[in-house]
Ligand binder design. Structure first.
Ligand code: 3BY
Ligand code: FES
Ligand code: FE
Length: 421
């Protein structure tokens, strides 16, 4: 007999109105949050940091994803590996700091000792039948996309990562992430469900009214106008600055900087989008004066004025690659109504603070923007308990990428609940 039973979540997903925000339960319900962790954060490639976070053998960092603590370590052969941060004896957490350097990984409880490749080296008093080789650390899938680190907690991660890496690699490579250092990291907990944080990121409808610092360098073109509006906008800028976006693209591509838009946000399991766009006017970087914040440019670049390459990945990251620095963001859900936003500013690894760059100048635009975005996310979250909230319409001209995020999310969740039932 045909099984017509539906879980409440399947029902909600089936009934949701396309082109509109989600019903409040998706932004506030702890059960849906748990389902999000299972259906999204434990099944997809999650962006967690950069190779320079673990620059040398023995460098280790930890990250919390969907209730799992994961340690990421560079081993003695220079390979970056990821393991569950859980001792195979009685389960104690192994590495307690977010960043550190270790010789081996030693459990503080009974001193079981693992090498950097995860093998158990020492475990005293375990008797003659104990097999150390069966008690190595549990590996977690990890991939480096030109230095951007993605982990996947699933046994079988989405297979399309190779394609993502093949298509995105040439865009990122000129900025040489591996040859940078983390100049600064900021962690803020936003008062909102992770999907509100992501939705807010996927549009710039709110930028003009809320981001005075960001709108100085940012060229708003990329964040969604109708085709007619885009043509008008492009023409107006060409009059002001003498160059159409498509000409910028042509020049950049000729100079070996892939720039044309790729949008697979809701068409691939590992959804992504990228595009290089000019900054406003003579802008070189995301700084208050729009000039490069760091004197040493990235990779082999000789000109800071190469626009900004933006990259967005589902479900939890966005990145801006400038000529002189990179700003990279990951969203890590905390609970149904709180999300950790982790931002890193990367500069050339030989750049010296105070000589080549000033930390405040480097970070001020995005520190201010993040704070403003956090407030905006809170505005929406605080209405999710109100009887007046009902799903509202996305702008077809400036919120298309928000819609693609929500469509991707609903598709992945429908796939997840479909497989379970
Ligand atoms: O960083 C971004 O991609 C978007 C666009 C500008 C504001 N926002 C946070
Ligand atoms: Fe780690 Fe006992 S729990 S050594
Ligand atoms: Fe914003």
């Amino acid at each position: 007999m045909l099984d017509v039973t539906q879980t409440p979540l399947q029902q909600l997903l089936r009934d949701r109105r396309r082109g509109y925000t989600l019903p409040a339960a998706f932004y506030r319900d702890p059960e849906i949050f748990r389902a999000d962790m299972e259906g999204i954060f434990k099944r997809n490639w999650i962006y967690v940091g950069v190779e320079p976070d673990v620059a040398e053998p023995g460098d280790v960092m930890t990250v919390e994803v969907a209730g799992a603590s994961v340690l990421i370590v560079r081993d003695d052969d220079d390979e970056v590996r990821a393991f569950h941060n859980v001792c195979r004896h009685r389960g104690a957490r192994l590495v307690h700091e977010e960043k550190g350097t270790v010789g081996n990984i030693v459990c503080r409880y009974h001193s079981w000792t693992y090498d950097l490749a995860g093998s158990l080296l020492h475990a005293e008093h375990m008797g003659p039948d104990f097999k150390a080789c069966s008690h190595g650390l549990k590996p977690v899938h990890i991939r480096s996309l030109e230095g951007l680190l993605f982990i996947c907690l699933a046994d079988e991660p989405p297979a399309d990562f190779d394609e993502v890496a093949r298509r995105l690699g040439p865009y990122i490579a000129p900025h040489n992430v591996r040859n940078t250092k983390v100049a600064f990291q900021s962690d803020i907990v936003e008062p909102g469900n992770w999907k509100l944080t992501m939705e807010n990121n996927r549009e710039c409808y709110h930028c003009a009214a809320n981001h005075p610092e960001l709108t100085v360098p940012l060229f708003a073109y990329g964040f969604g106008f109708s085709p007619e509006e885009m043509d008008d906008y492009d023409r107006a800028n060409a009059e002001r600055y003498g160059c159409l976006i498509r000409d910028n693209h042509r020049d950049w591509e000729a100079a070996g900087l892939p720039s044309k838009e790729i949008d697979e946000l809701d068409t691939m399991v590992t959804g992504f989008r990228t595009e290089r766009l000019p900054l406003d006017g003579d802008g070189e970087s995301h700084t208050i004066d729009t000039k490069a914040a760091c004197k040493k440019l990235l990779g082999d670049l000789t000109n800071a004025k190469i626009g900004g390459l933006s990259l967005w990945t589902q479900p939890n990251s966005w990145h801006h690659f400038l000529g002189d620095h990179i700003v990279t963001f990951s969203v890590l859900p905390v609970d149904a109504t709180h999300s950790l936003l982790r931002t890193k500013w990367l500069v050339h690894k030989d750049a010296v603070e105070g000589v080549d760059y000033d930390l405040e100048n480097l970070t001020s635009v995005w520190l201010a923007t993040n704070d403003q975005d956090s407030t905006l996310v809170g505005y929406c979250q605080s209405s999710m308990e109100s009887p007046a909230y009902e799903p509202g319409p996305y702008s077809p001209n400036t919120e298309m990428l928000v819609e693609k995020f929500v469509n991707w999310y609903c598709g992945r969740m429908a796939d997840y609940v479909g497989r379970r039932s």
